[in-house]
Structure formats: structure tokens, C-alpha cells
Unconditional design. Structure first.
Length: 94
């Protein structure tokens, strides 16, 4: 039996490989409005479940959620009083 990929499968795999891979270091967190060319991907939340959690940990959790949605820009909307929750809107600006 030959192992041959169907053209549609090959095209799908090549299409996926050509997309940039986002990581948390490339996510811009800001309170500024995104440019008009950015596409909204919806609301996201970064949360630290520990009572000893820090704002920095909540921001990192927010970045992880942004990556999961394919975002590269997050407009921060609210920060919880204890700094353990950060909410914002995710955008793709590329």
C-alpha cells in the first residue's frame, strides 16, 4: 500500500505551516485603541487562582488566552481590585 497524501490534505498542511506562530512575547498589552485594520477576536480574561497571585501572573495568563485565539494585540479593559484578574478584548492586527 502506498502512503500518498491527497492534494487537499497537502494543501491544508502547507497552508497551516505558512501561518506565523504567535507566542506570548509578541502580544501587545495596552489600554490604547487598536488601529482600524485590526480584527476583534472577542473578549478574553487572564486569571490567577491563587490568593497569592500577582498582576504579572494575571497578565501572562491573559497573553496565553490571546495566543489561543490567534491575537497579537489586547486592549486591557479592567483589572480586578486584587490584581488577580485582567479582562480585555483580543485583536489580530496582522
Amino acid at each position: 500500500m502506498k502512503n500518498i497524501l491527497k492534494p487537499s490534505t497537502l494543501a491544508f498542511l502547507l497552508g497551516c505551516a505558512s501561518k506565523p506562530i504567535l507566542d506570548v512575547d509578541n502580544i501587545k498589552l495596552t489600554r490604547d485603541e487598536p488601529s482600524k485594520s485590526c480584527k476583534s477576536l472577542g473578549p478574553i480574561e487572564g486569571r490567577v487562582s491563587s490568593v497569592k497571585g500577582t498582576l504579572e501572573q494575571a497578565m501572562e495568563a491573559l497573553k496565553l488566552e490571546a495566543v489561543k485565539k490567534g491575537a497579537d494585540f489586547v486592549k486591557i479593559e479592567t483589572v480586578g481590585a486584587q490584581g488577580q484578574t485582567v479582562r480585555g478584548e483580543a485583536y489580530n492586527c496582522h
